[in-house]
Ligand binder design. Structure first.
Ligand code: ASP
Length: 441
């Protein structure tokens, strides 16, 4: 580490679920003096079946708004913090804060306010434990009058406040609106706060500490012991995340991507594991495999349309998409041939509207054939290594053919960064396994 290096470290709920986890977090932070800015989540689950503090708070708010008993739920959340304080032997007290929150819950506070208190309280506690300054996120993270995140104002104010700070804890997940009211990001949003802080302080790296050692090349529920991804670009990650692979909140990518700050996904329970590094370009890194990862999702439908001479009919595709647009249905992919076109849509978006879609498209473009095929799964094979390697698609399709998987759709993004394949849902797991084995084993 060089002296001037700055790291922003975000710890997820499971990393701060109890006193034992707090101790690990402190050890990690103290091991590197560059870890100057810390973004905590609220205490998460300690064991399966446990309830996250955020959920306890949301449940308290919901109960209070219905005139039901909220105090017994809220006191479980209070006891989580009291337990951590006692087990760590801290002298800090959150009793005054609890009283304020109780008062607000009684008066009828917003969901966002209630949910945000988990991070707020944890931030005060962690700052005391580390001996770091506590900075309320409501004073440095801003939302505009429409409730959207105000990146420019946040970056300016936060950058200014943190400039004069040697070390600070800034709770994740929330900020304030134009009238000072608390507003939260969507669930899992502390990842976003971490990225915002990293951008504001021009960090050298944004470390995102969680309970897994980074991303895996495929879903471990489908592929046995998939290899970890050591390096991935922001764009590859976005492709995989879109297809369901998740470790990090999707919106957390943008602030750091904009500033060119790498993200390191690290494991609080195994700090020496290298984890996954997310970077803008990988020119300086050697790629071990042609593909970086495979992800997929079920629950799609294909609207298949055939018409002779479709290719020369001006506005054909536009009219098909217009029908979907008018019906408020967005499409995911649009593979097409000379006389055929298919539109991939989420099954949930067309449910109950199938007949209407068919008749409206038929009326507008008079196809020879049109049908809707349900039960399609999409699989994305993603990898920057595919751009310069010939024959990747061929290997994907050959391996699927050997496995007896019928390919229902193929779409290669213009970036050549991914190949999307549509298969029947029953073939989903086998397809992922066979592609993985083709490239990795
Ligand atoms: N505590 C919030 C949640 O449970 C935010 C976060 O953990 O990032 O969603």
């Amino acid at each position: 580490m060089t002296d001037n290096m700055k790291k922003v470290v975000k710890f997820g709920g499971s990393s701060l679920a109890d006193a034992g986890q707090f101790a690990k977090v402190k050890e990690i932070i103290m091991a590197d003096s560059a870890r100057r800015f810390v973004v905590p989540s609220a205490p998460g689950k300690r064991f399966s079946g446990d309830t996250k503090v955020t959920d306890l708070l949301l449940n308290s708010q919901a109960a209070s708004s219905k005139g039901e008993d909220w105090e017994s739920i809220f006191s479980i959340a209070e006891d989580r913090y009291r337990g951590i304080i006692a087990d760590l032997g801290l002298s800090v007290s959150l009793e005054d804060e609890f009283a304020v929150i109780r008062e607000n819950l009684k008066k009828g506070c917003t969901k966002d306010y209630a949910a945000s208190r988990g991070e707020y309280l944890n931030g005060i506690l962690l700052a005391d434990y580390l001996g770091y300054e506590f900075i309320d996120a409501a004073s440095v993270v801003f939302f505009d009058k429409d409730g959207n995140f105000d990146a420019a104002k946040t970056n300016r104010v936060m950058g200014h406040v943190l400039e004069s700070c040697e070390n600070a804890v800034i709770p994740g997940f929330f900020g304030s609106g134009v009238n000072g009211e608390v507003i939260t990001f969507s669930r899992g949003g502390s990842d976003i706060t971490g990225a915002i802080v990293a951008r504001a302080v021009c960090a050298d790296v944004y470390e995102n500490w969680t309970d897994v050692s980074g991303f895996l090349m495929a879903d471990p529920r489908i592929v046995e012991n998939p290899k970890p991804i050591n390096i991935i670009t922001y764009r590859e990650l976005r492709e995989l995340a879109y297809m369901g692979a998740s470790v990090l909140h999707e919106d957390a990518i943008f602030p750091v991507k904009m500033a060119g700050i790498p993200i390191n996904i690290k494991n609080t329970n195994d700090p020496s594991a290298s984890g996954t590094r997310i970077v803008a370009t990988t020119e300086q890194y050697q790629n071990e495999y042609i593909i970086t990862g495979i992800a997929g999702k079920k629950g799609f439908s294909l609207i298949n349309i055939e018409k002779d001479m479709m290719n020369s009919e001006l506005g054909f595709g536009m009219n098909v998409l217009k029908v979907l647009c008018d019906m408020g249905i967005s499409f995911e992919h649009l593979p097409s041939g000379i006389d055929t076109m298919s539109v991939v849509v989420a099954e949930s978006a067309v449910k109950g509207k199938e007949r209407d879609i068919l008749s409206r498209i038929s009326a507008l473009v008079s196809p020879d054939n049109i049908d809707i095929e349900k039960g399609i799964a999409l699989i994305a094979v993603v990898g920057r290594g595919m751009i310069r390697t010939q024959g990747t698609a061929c290997r994907v399709f050959d391996s699927l053919a050997r496995e007896g998987v019928n390919i229902r759709m193929i779409d290669q993004g213009s970036s050549e960064l991914n190949i999307i394949i549509g298969v029947e849902e029953k073939d989903f797991d086998a397809a992922i396994r066979t592609i993985y084995n083709e490239f990795v084993s």
